[in-house]
Design a protein around this ligand. Structure first.
Ligand SMILES: *Cc1c(COP(=O)(O)O)cnc(C)c1O
Length: 467
């Protein structure tokens, strides 16, 4: 084993070959060296895995190094086509931003802005003023504040309202949300002590009541965004919890997570607590993500009673959690669309994908399938009814009826087809089920359809591999 590895030439000796001399003429030495190191690392593992038997010639290694250098010039964060059918796909960046956001970003990204400047008075303003009025209008809250994400929102709220004191949480709500958000850890990091009440499946008002004491800083309710409990279960709803909190003169923080602005019913979706409804029921602070059901950029929104929001605005931690102008511009443009629900349904891209008409999805699937069949006679392409999920840890267990294009190519594995689609430019991300690749038009933007057809047809005809 080690003998084979030792046959890999040294970096120094390779750099002295003619093949590398040309590369060194074109690019800084340090870049060439780091690309070559990557190539040699890759080779080492290929040899170890038995994928390669011998180390290639210097010319071949120079060619691989050139490819690695080209790859280093490509942006790391790239656009991909989401054909998984999961609208809030966490790995693909959760909500795709509405078209209106592009214009807003265009306007403010390159030049200067009034980010922290009061244009009326000609003096320093606050970045937190920009979305506040819109958020208050849309949620009925007395105050609003935005931070980097919902995790930050919870940290800030707990830090301000309960640091050094106790936070009472139901055992059924000590949840973990993808990407390492765990309620007990977040509360601990905010400098509060967690007091668990109730049991995993059942928590009653008397459990909270019994835990209230002089050291209680706040009550925290956490929405079970990404799982459901059924069977012998009980939880205390916001209204009753608010009653307990307020009787003891303590605030109730509700980590709502998903951030649904209107009532779910008006969007034709299954019940899910709304921001407005939660405030109305008595929550003093409600926190949620900007990039889940709200369909905007990554952000954490905090709404609630004016005097509490005012306290949060003065908390020194806010400086570490603050948002930049791009986030503010994107969030503001998204929020404006929510002023008219009808507009939001069609213009907030993530929401439009969630509520998409099934019949239209079927027609789109048929159209894409026809185009692919025309170009790839060797492939087996069918349109089938299927189900998908909303994603982003929202609406667990809710299945959206959808239509998919099911693709098989005789003699080629579904994994190979999937990986070729993923490896292209732009990458097309589908789902493998059984021995087929599934593409769901639900999450493909209308302007992306042609590119998707182009790319997938290339893969199906085998042209992509030969490049
Ligand atoms: C999603 C979610 C979070 C984390 O929000 P981020 O914006 O991803 O930081 C926290 N709590 C709940 C209940 C959530 O659903």
């Amino acid at each position: 084993m080690n003998d084979t590895r030792r046959r890999i030439p040294s970096v120094e000796s390779l750099l002295q070959t003619d093949a590398f001399a040309r590369l060194l003429d074109e690019r800084p030495r340090s870049l060439v060296v780091s690309a070559l190191r990557r190539v040699l690392d890759g080779l080492r593992s290929e040899l170890a895995d038995g994928e390669a038997k011998v180390a290639p010639e210097a010319t071949e290694l120079a060619e691989r190094t050139r490819q690695a250098l080209d790859a280093m010039d490509e942006p790391s964060l790239r656009r991909v086509i989401n054909a998984t059918g999961i609208p809030l796909h966490t790995n693909l960046g959760r909500a795709p931003l509405p078209g209106a956001v592009r214009e807003a970003l265009n306007d403010v990204s390159v030049g200067y802005t009034n980010l922290e400047y009061d244009l009326e008075r000609g003096r320093r303003g606050s970045r937190y003023d920009h979305c506040a009025d819109l958020l208050m209008e849309l949620t009925g809250a007395g105050g609003a504040l935005i931070v980097n994400n919902n995790a930050a929102a919870v940290v800030l709220a707990v830090d301000e309202l309960a640091s050094g004191r106790e936070v009472i949480v139901s055992r059924g709500e000590l949840v973990e949300i993808g990407g390492s958000f765990r309620v007990p850890d977040i509360v601990a990091k905010s400098g509060a002590r967690i007091i668990e009440v109730g049991t995993t499946n059942r928590t009653h008002a008397r459990d909270y009541e019994g835990a209230m004491g002089p050291d209680t800083g706040a009550l925290l309710k956490v929405h079970r965004s990404n799982f459901r409990q059924s069977g012998f279960v009980a939880e205390v709803d916001i209204a009753e919890l608010a009653e307990i909190a307020h009787r003891h003169d303590r605030p109730l923080i509700y980590d709502l997570g998903s951030g649904l602005l209107p009532e779910a019913e008006s969007l034709g979706l299954p019940w899910e607590p709304s921001v407005r409804g939660s405030l109305k029921a008595g929550a003093d602070i409600v926190t949620f993500s900007g990039d889940k059901l709200l369909g905007g950029p990554q952000a954490g929104v905090i709404v609630g009673r004016a005097e509490l929001i005012e306290r949060l605005r003065k908390n020194p931690l806010l400086r570490a959690l603050r948002v930049g102008k791009l986030t503010i511009a994107a969030l503001e443009a998204t929020l404006r669309l929510w002023r008219a629900e009808g507009l939001a349904r069609s213009e907030v891209t993530g929401m439009a994908m969630i509520v998409a008409d099934t019949q239209l999805l079927r027609e789109r699937a048929e159209r894409v399938a026809d185009a692919l069949r025309d170009r790839s006679p060797g492939a087996e392409i069918e349109v089938r009814q299927d189900v998908t999920e909303i994603g982003g840890g929202s609406y667990p267990g809710v299945e959206l009826e959808t239509w998919v294009i099911r693709i098989k190519v005789p003699g080629r594995s579904e994994r190979e087809i999937e990986s070729a689609c993923r490896g292209g430019d732009p990458p097309v991300i589908g789902r493998v089920r059984g021995d087929a690749l599934l593409l769901d038009p639900r999450t493909v933007l209308s302007g992306e359809e042609e590119v998707l057809i182009e790319r997938v047809a290339e893969v199906l005809s085998g042209d992509a591999e030969r490049r």
